[in-house]
Design a protein around this ligand. Structure first.
Ligand code: HEC
Ligand code: HEC
Ligand code: HEC
Ligand code: HEC
Ligand code: HEC
Ligand code: HEC
Ligand code: HEC
Ligand code: HEC
Ligand code: HEC
Ligand code: HEC
Length: 326
């Protein structure tokens, strides 16, 4: 079986990964990796991309442990990747599944040019190695704002020195995100905000850091609605009397979910300025039914001092009243 590495190993594995689950893929990888015929292969060697040739180039984590005691001990107890060792009747190659085959490195007495050093890889090269196993879970990563701006797996994850409770993050959210996103940090400091800083919610409840089909890497509900509807089910309807803005313009036309000085996280501090953007005399042609700025026949002068939502309480839509009174 002729195999020219590394391109084919990576691309075959990635192609397969798109269609079958991780566990099966791991078997496949190890099958490819461990079942190489002993015949010598053409072996392009670079210090940044050490290349697999055949199974005898893999020596197993126990050997790594003899010199990298600390890295290994911590790994076995704390790292989900230690599971790799359990593959194939505990013959999996934990360290080498990421660092590449280690025989030449060991034979060279720890020759660092003969082992894959992540610090010497470009962001794209490192991402590609991680994605050989993880592309399945993150199919949109390449088109994400993060990947497009060379923010890679290792900007957010640390394999050996994670300080987070889960997911091998470098540090927990939201601080992880705030290291690069100063704007949101300021927004979440406002008086009314989703309780992200308080630890009750995460940035990743609304965003997928690995990319989505939506702008701003926003997640969606399973039925492809705005993610907001996952928790605020009652706002999206369907209603007998819809407020069309909610669906056509979306929640963010009126709300600013990172934070706001308004208790309902509105984009404006006084609700009437929001409503009058559409329901005012200038817009009478567009909304023939809407009031003049004084409120037309039913609205007298005084309403300009009262919040519109005092009377029009069911502002997202109603099943009982066309005017959203209840
Ligand atoms: C005979 C001892 C020995 C064995 C066995 C060994 N290494 Fe090393 N390794 C070294 C030495 C020495 C260095 C260079 C000094 C350093 O940076 O720690 C090194 C460096 C490395 C580096 C680069 C460190 C850096 O700073 O970037 C990696 C990665 C690595 N080894 C992984 C492995 C893996 C994986 C295995 C098992 C397949 C392994 N080593 C087995 C001795 C060994
Ligand atoms: C899931 C992929 C992966 C596995 C499995 C893995 N490493 Fe690493 N290793 C990395 C990455 C990525 C780095 C770069 C630093 C980081 O992200 O923590 C690294 C860095 C290192 C270093 C350089 C020193 C350092 O901490 O920066 C050594 C040595 C090392 N690994 C040894 C090992 C040994 C020994 C094992 C097996 C017990 C192992 N690695 C398993 C991905 C992996
Ligand atoms: C901008 C930061 C960021 C980048 C870049 C990033 N991640 Fe993540 N990753 C996270 C956060 C935050 C979580 C936990 C929340 C979640 O599941 O979305 C996570 C969770 C995960 C998980 C566990 C849950 C799951 O989705 O399967 C895996 C595996 C993972 N990331 C792998 C990767 C790989 C592989 C890459 C590179 C291709 C990558 N990540 C790039 C931030 C990031
Ligand atoms: C050889 C396959 C393989 C490679 C390569 C690989 N991983 Fe993993 N990864 C796994 C497996 C297996 C798990 C455990 C999944 C589970 O427990 O469900 C895992 C789990 C994770 C998790 C989830 C941690 C958690 O707490 O659940 C993260 C994050 C992750 N990997 C990131 C990375 C990054 C970053 C890289 C590249 C440096 C990488 N992986 C390379 C196979 C791999
Ligand atoms: C309640 C859901 C929600 C949470 C939680 C959330 N976001 Fe957002 N975020 C959004 C929405 C919705 C947008 C799009 C805003 C728009 O269209 O006006 C957005 C936009 C963004 C943007 C792009 C526009 C900008 O403001 O720069 C970034 C970056 C961002 N969020 C980062 C974060 C970070 C970092 C966190 C955690 C600290 C976070 N978000 C938490 C919903 C959320
Ligand atoms: C290493 C720096 C870094 C980290 C850490 C990081 N990001 Fe980003 N993020 C970027 C860059 C660079 C962009 C590209 C667009 C930009 O400059 O805002 C981006 C883009 C985004 C966008 C899309 C913005 C838009 O305008 O469409 C969102 C949403 C986002 N990040 C959320 C997060 C979340 C959530 C986290 C934490 C889990 C996080 N980021 C961690 C650097 C980072
Ligand atoms: C993961 C669940 C979750 C998601 C997703 C979510 N929210 Fe929320 N939201 C909450 C919780 C819980 C509260 C109330 C507790 C608090 O103050 O944080 C809240 C409060 C609010 C409030 C203030 C309501 C009040 O009475 O104080 C508004 C407005 C709001 N969310 C809008 C949105 C919008 C818009 C989105 C989508 C961008 C969104 N939410 C996504 C959980 C969520
Ligand atoms: C036309 C502007 C507008 C749109 C669009 C809009 N909202 Fe609201 N929303 C409001 C106003 C105004 C309030 C305050 C009502 C009050 O003061 O009683 C509010 C209140 C809320 C509240 C607080 C609890 C409640 O139901 O009164 C939540 C949660 C909320 N909105 C979520 C959403 C979500 C999720 C979406 C998108 C599906 C959305 N909103 C779309 C204007 C809007
Ligand atoms: C982006 C424009 C827009 C904004 C902002 C907006 N609306 Fe509307 N509203 C509409 C449209 C369009 C209709 C449907 C008009 C129609 O069917 O003739 C409507 C319908 C209504 C109705 C039902 C009346 C009817 O004739 O169906 C009421 C009451 C109403 N809006 C109140 C408000 C209030 C109060 C606010 C502020 C919280 C507000 N609207 C914000 C566009 C808007
Ligand atoms: C004191 C209670 C009250 C307040 C405050 C109020 N409205 Fe009304 N609104 C009404 C009544 C009553 C109707 C007529 C309902 C009917 O005809 O059955 C109405 C009808 C409407 C209609 C439909 C008009 C039409 O001709 O069909 C719109 C649009 C509207 N209001 C917008 C607003 C806006 C925008 C504000 C804030 C600037 C506001 N309302 C404040 C009581 C109020």
């Amino acid at each position: 079986m002729p195999v020219d590495y590394p391109a084919s190993e990576v691309s075959v594995v990635r192609r397969v990964l798109r269609v079958i689950p991780l566990g099966i893929v791991l078997c496949f990888i190890h099958a490819v990796v461990l079942a190489q015929p002993a015949a010598k292969q053409v072996q392009p060697q670079t210090s940044s991309h050490v290349v697999a040739t055949n199974s005898s180039d893999y020596i197993g984590s126990e050997t790594c442990a003899t010199c990298h005691d600390e890295a290994t001990k911590k790994f076995d107890t704390n790292n989900p990747h230690a599971r790799l060792a359990l593959e194939h009747g505990t013959n999996g190659a934990t360290c080498e599944s990421c660092h590449g085959p280690g025989k030449a490195h060991v034979d060279g007495g720890g020759d660092v040019t003969k082992i894959r050093q992540f610090s010497k890889l470009s962001t794209g090269q490192a991402d590609e190695i991680c994605q050989t196993c993880h592309a399945d879970g993150h199919p949109n990563f390449e088109r994400s704002q993060h990947a497009q701006n060379r923010v890679g797996c290792l900007n957010c994850h640390s394999i050996h020195a994670s300080t987070s409770k889960a997911d091998l993050l470098k540090v927990d959210q939201p601080n992880l995100c705030y290291t690069c996103h100063k704007g949101p940090r300021i927004q979440f400091d406002q008086a009314f905000h989703h309780k992200v800083n308080e630890g009750l919610m995460s940035c990743s409840d609304c965003h997928n850091p690995h990319g989505t089909f939506r702008d701003a890497q926003l997640r969606t509900t399973p039925d492809q609605n705005a993610i907001c509807a996952k928790c605020h089910i009652d706002t999206l309807g369907p209603f007998a009397y819809e407020h069309p803005v909610v669906r056509t313009n979306g929640c963010m036309y009126c709300h600013s979910p990172h934070g706001s000085p308004n208790p309902r996280m509105l984009r404006v501090s006084v609700v009437n300025t929001l409503c009058l953007q559409c329901h005012s005399s200038i817009n009478l042609v567009k909304f023939p039914n809407a009031s003049s700025e004084q409120g037309g026949p039913v609205h007298d002068q005084s309403i300009q001092y009262v919040a519109c939502t005092t009377c029009h309480v069911q502002i997202h839509g109603s099943n009982a009243a066309f005017n959203f009174f209840r």
